[in-house]
Design a protein around this ligand. Structure first.
Ligand SMILES: Nc1nc2c(c(=O)[nH]1)N[C@H]1C(S)=C(S)[C@@H](COP(=O)(O)OP(=O)(O)OC[C@H]3O[C@@H](n4cnc5c(=O)[nH]c(N)nc54)[C@H](O)[C@@H]3O)O[C@H]1N2
Ligand SMILES: Nc1nc2c(c(=O)[nH]1)N[C@H]1C(S)=C(S)[C@@H](COP(=O)(O)OP(=O)(O)OC[C@H]3O[C@@H](n4cnc5c(=O)[nH]c(N)nc54)[C@H](O)[C@@H]3O)O[C@H]1N2
Ligand code: SF4
Ligand SMILES: [Mo]
Length: 708
């Protein structure tokens, strides 16, 4: 059986050997035209997820300290009645929704999960977006006119790959769907090109690069402004064929940020900044790729914007080997619009602290206060109920303990999730979906950010039993039982009755047929994909501008006023810079996936991974030796983790990975609980945000470290 692995963004093809209802083996699918046999250890663990005895298959309801199983109909009746009651009594905004990361990897949630959230009509919509890529989406909206128009590095044709705040050798790439990044980076070097990594840690990716430069956390915007300063100073700006506005504003904005001024802030020397800039500007096929490290920080909005802008200023936007837009078989723009995911920023603000909405969602940093703070009147509604879907905010969002406490005060909470984990143990009812191998799959989201245009449909590997429900069926049922509007809103042609019959496959089929490779232009359809189980290659990325732009003037807007205004905050920050002895960053490991795959023996075996990485000098000055237990504290609390001394860390920076902390009472993950670790998000201050976008500042958290 062939399918694609939905666990991370790489979308590798897997070949699964089965016997009866058991998986015998999972291997890379050599015939997949995109991944060509590559998989990582998590792909093999698909079998563990499917066979995990802790995975729920029927709804459960909290019953004192334990849980009792419910029949599906009873569960839907209960959840529907409670949520409807709360909505009728307190209003739409009294029900909050949190959608986690796997939503983007699950066709049912991408479509019907979105529809459920949108028909709820609640302003209290939250997701992992504000812990992740929000600044990239905001930049796409401001610069290219649509939040989904995020360009991707054309890594296979690039001769210079500058990697800022990403570690694709561990993460397998993000907003850059590229199975076997290691092979693709090696290919750059084999053809005489260069890979340069800027990161506060000498990462796995940096180890394989031509050059690694340490950069102090959360100073990327300063580095990028200095690089832009050099571009103008040395006449290296090259605008190419695309119409752009805002070039002069960028010249002015960068004028005061000389590399000499930036160097003591960023830790990147003025010479290195100039050399880097010249290399980017003079290499015909080059790209600067920025990812989560540039987003989840105090100046994430500015940094993500400047990453796109610098590619545009050096003539690398929409050019082979540069930063390009995809031509996916399912165009996400009309699909998202149809599902009610409209772009927009700061059209309204959150009730308690005035945080800006983005795409109809508030940032995660507003959730706890919106639950805790009493409302007064119709427009000022307090959250009374919560639906979490494919998310684990107690571990993945900063201020985990506060969220946990807040969830405990809700009138009702329901989680759509296969596990009783740190978050879902707080729910009244858990509705578990079918396993990853029991459902069909099409990567509607990730194909849109793939470094080649590809399409693949995965049929279910196993027949599901009548006793189970797909994510989309759960969402559909809740839509009906809560008594939500049957239509999305004025103008929407999506009607509940019809959607209940269609299912996500029909939506994909329609999108394929009407998409850029569809009717008359390649005849793409679901039927066609079913006949090509390894997937189809639709060729390299192509130039798409200006046609693809969604800006009214069909130009790239290099200097949106929201960014120009936010530059003052950067100025102020470094005029009054407070020096911190130590700041904390995170890290990812190839055998983890955020918080939720530590229940697989084969993925967690080996030495403990939830450790504090610290530079030898920083360890020495604190009398720490390898294997000591360190107490890491912030004004939000403290955690204890083993010390691992390593010169891969920049001085003044320590690293603790997120997604651990499985020792909480009531968690039912028997393997994960044997390697609990501690949650970095317990001590990351939720009030540290990028004030522009509302994104959580997960990186650059000031900490104190001493022996426990
Ligand atoms: N194995 C594995 N793969 C995953 C995941 C996982 O948990 N495990 N998670 C998936 C998800 S949800 C995502 S969003 C992607 C993320 O994919 P990536 O963006 O590649 O994420 P990371 O591996 O965390 O790499 C971020 C890098 O930024 C560096 N960094 C931290 N702070 C700063 C800073 O201020 N400036 C700069 N320049 N660098 C900084 C960190 O040291 C780190 O090396 O990975 C996905 N893939
Ligand atoms: N400190 C720090 N915090 C971080 C990050 C960081 O780098 N540093 N990274 C952030 C990022 S990039 C992200 S994306 C978030 C992730 O944050 P979340 O999405 O909140 O957390 P995950 O750990 O991905 O949890 C996924 C949940 O989905 C469930 N699940 C898995 N598959 C399915 C499915 O098919 N259907 C349903 N219904 N449920 C499913 C799992 O059981 C688990 O409960 O974490 C963020 N938090
Ligand atoms: S790299 Fe990602 S998609 Fe590929 S096998 Fe690993 S987890 Fe699955
Ligand atoms: Mo993410």
């Amino acid at each position: 059986m062939y399918r694609s692995c939905p666990l991370c963004e790489a979308t590798c093809g897997v070949a699964i050997e089965i016997e009866g209802d058991r998986v015998l083996s999972v291997r890379g699918d050599e015939a997949d035209p995109f991944s060509k046999g590559y998989i990582c250890p998590k792909g093999t663990a698909l079998a563990d997820l499917h066979h995990d005895p802790d995975r729920l298959t029927r709804p459960v309801m909290r019953d004192g300290d334990g849980w009792k199983e419910l029949a599906w109909d009873d569960a839907f009746e209960l959840v529907g009645r409670r949520l409807k009651g709360i909505r009728d009594t307190y209003g739409k905004d009294s029900i909050a929704v949190y959608q986690g990361n796997p939503s983007a990897h699950n066709l049912g949630l991408l479509t019907y999960g979105q529809l459920l959230m949108r028909t709820l009509g609640t302003k209290n919509a939250y997701s992992a977006t504000s812990l992740d890529q929000l600044p990239h989406m905001l930049a796409a909206l401001q610069m290219f006119g649509n939040q989904l128009l995020m360009p991707v590095p054309d890594i296979d044709r690039s001769d210079l790959f500058i990697c800022l705040g990403a570690n694709p050798l561990a993460s397998n790439g993000s907003i850059m769907t590229a199975p076997d990044v290691k092979g693709r980076l090696k290919a750059i070097r084999d053809r005489g090109g260069k890979v340069i990594v800027l990161d506060p840690r000498r990462t796995e990716t940096a180890e394989k690069a031509d050059q690694h430069l340490f950069i102090r956390p959360a100073t990327d915007a300063v580095l990028l402004l200095a690089m832009i300063h050099v571009l103008f100073a040395e006449n290296l700006v090259k605008l190419g064929r695309i119409g752009m506005t805002g070039v002069e504003e960028l010249r002015t904005a960068s004028a005061s940020w000389s590399p000499e001024r930036a160097a003591p802030i960023t830790g990147v020397s003025a010479d290195d900044t100039r050399a880097l800039t010249r290399a980017l500007a003079t290499t015909p096929r080059a790209v600067l790729y920025g990812r989560i490290g540039v987003c989840v920080q105090e100046f994430g909005g500015l940094a993500a914007w400047l990453c796109y802008a610098i590619n545009a200023l050096t003539g690398h936007l929409d050019e082979p080997g540069g930063l390009m837009f995809t031509t996916p078989a399912v165009d996400p723009l009309p699909l998202a619009a149809m599902l009610g995911f409209d772009g927009g920023f700061a059209r309204w603000k959150s009730r308690v602290s005035g945080k800006p909405e983005f795409g109809g969602e508030f940032p995660m940093t507003a959730l706890a206060e919106e639950i805790e703070t009493p409302g007064n009147g119709e427009d000022k509604v307090q959250i009374r109920a919560l639906i979490t879907s494919a998310g684990n905010p107690v571990l993945s969002a900063p201020g985990g303990p506060r969220l946990e406490k807040a969830f405990g005060t809700l009138d009702f909470m329901v989680s759509i999730d296969p596990y009783i984990n740190e978050t879902t143990r707080l729910a009244n009812v858990i509705l578990p979906p079918t396993s990853v191998l029991e459902r069909s799959h099409y990567d509607a989201a990730l194909n849109a950010f793939a470094v080649r245009n590809v399409a693949k449909f995965s049929p279910p590997t196993f027949e599901r039993s009548a006793e189970t429900r797909h994510d989309w069926e759960i969402c559909m049922e809740l839509w009906t039982r809560i008594g939500l509007p049957a239509k999305l809103g004025p103008g929407s042609r999506l009607v509940r009755g019809l959607l209940g019959k269609l299912g996500p496959e029909a939506i994909v089929d329609l999108a394929l047929r009407t998409g850029p490779h569809g009717f008359g232009r390649g005849g793409m359809s679901l039927a066609k994909l079913r006949k090509t189980p390894h997937g189809v290659d639709l060729g390299p990325l192509e130039a798409r501008l200006p046609k693809r732009l969604a800006t009214p003037d069909k130009k790239v807007h290099l200097a949106s006023p929201i960014y120009l205004a936010d530059l003052q905050r950067l100025q102020d920050r470094y005029e009054t810079a407070v020096h911190h002895d130590l700041v904390m960053i995170g890290r990812r490991h190839l055998r983890s996936n955020n918080s939720w795959m530590h229940n697989s023996e084969r993925l967690v075996k080996g030495p403990p991974r939830c450790t504090l990485l610290i530079h030898p000098d920083d360890a020495a000055s604190r009398n720490l030796t390898d294997g000591d237990v360190a107490k890491v504290s912030t004004r939000k609390g403290a955690i204890e983790v083993p010390v691992e001394i390593s010169d891969s860390m920049m001085r003044g920076v320590v690293s603790v990975p997120h997604g651990w902390g499985h020792g909480l009472k009531g968690v039912k993950l028997r393997v994960a609980q044997t390697v609990p670790g501690a949650s970095a998000n317990d001590i990351i201050d939720p009030d540290r945000i990028d004030a522009l976008s509302g994104t959580s500042a997960l990186t650059g958290q000031p900490v104190e470290v001493r022996r426990a």
